[in-house]
Design a protein around this ligand. Sequence first.
Ligand code: ZN
Length: 418
Amino acid sequence: MKKIIAIASLTTLVLAGCAVPQQQILRSVPANPSPVETIEETAAPVDVAENYSSTSAKPLRLIEETIAREEAIALGEDASAPATTATSRPTSQAESKPTNSANEWLAACKSYTPGNSAGSPQVYTTIINDVCANTKLDYSLVKVVAGPTVDRAKLQQYVDSTVFVMSYWQSRTGLTLKPLTIVGFSEFDTDFWKKEVGSRVNVDIEYPGLSTAGGHCGYGDNIADAFCPKNYPSPVTKDGNIVLSLLLGSDVVINRFRHLVPAHEAVHMFQDSVGQSHYTVWYVEGQASLFEMALQRLFYGSTNRIEVLERARTDKNDFNPKNVQDVMAHLRECRVSGSDPCRGFRNGPGSAIHEKIIIDFGIDSYMKLMTVILEQKPLNSEEWMEGLLFRGFEATYSTEWWDWLETSAAPYLVKLYN
Ligand SMILES: [Zn+2]
């Protein structure tokens, strides 16, 4: 058995295979601390068809899983990319302000200097400062169930990132997030995975793989290299909380992309927790991508923002806007598209629209928007939940959503792309 690294801050770590009776494992899962809102649509943790159209008032099924599976590609997962360890932080930054903090993101905050902002606008500094000023770590948000052979240090790193991001959104919005259970395992822990994930969800589980719906999987020919987070959102879990199945192959290398996956996925945990995961797809993905890229700049001193923006140019519904009308057409066409036609649009232009909200109105009101959205009431039982976003936006900013898109966000995108 591999050496188990002592993790003082991880109070809920359950070491399966060690002397922890099953009863104790079960008791370690706390009761649901009154979720803010329950997502109404039925979610499937496997590949689901995007069986609603742009004319449908309400999506029939969640498309998060399709998105999750595809976004590894969309965001640039590349198995052939040179691997760098997640702790390969620029030496100059690490040496400038050493810290004893156990959570590497807090350490990054302490040593962060804005420096050259090439490649990302000033609003990234606004976000980074906000994240660093407002995050109160709450490790009770994440429970960890660790397989007998999973690499504890790599698992802990994933947990730390997730806790950091979920804590930020909880601290900043004042909303109560649902706890997340991370089941971490290696390729040698198949029985463990089957038992621990299977007992927590209401759907059939599928082992991670390249050609299955097992999650964002990134590896070459050898499953020992696998990195496969797979989210089971609250509608499909037995306790209504969120479960993450996380395969960390015994030889997995946590490169920069993989290091940032939890920074992105934990924003989706926030969205799922409070019932905001069923809005306009580019809104949902853009939010996760923007905050992921801000953390990328915080940790690494740069972002791949330009590259992420550029990918929209090669979508099937390619985004090469010449004017506001071109942008508006995409904003409407890509509202419900979780896959090919708008794959790059949702991450790149989607994130730029969130940038523009913060640029125009400030980050304080942006965070207030998250709660105002939830105070809105559906117009009728058939209304798609994005209607809450539209009305919440109007209530917060006294500006109609589509008017603002046309007069502010669309010109911003035209400028970015020309
Ligand atoms: Zn995403």
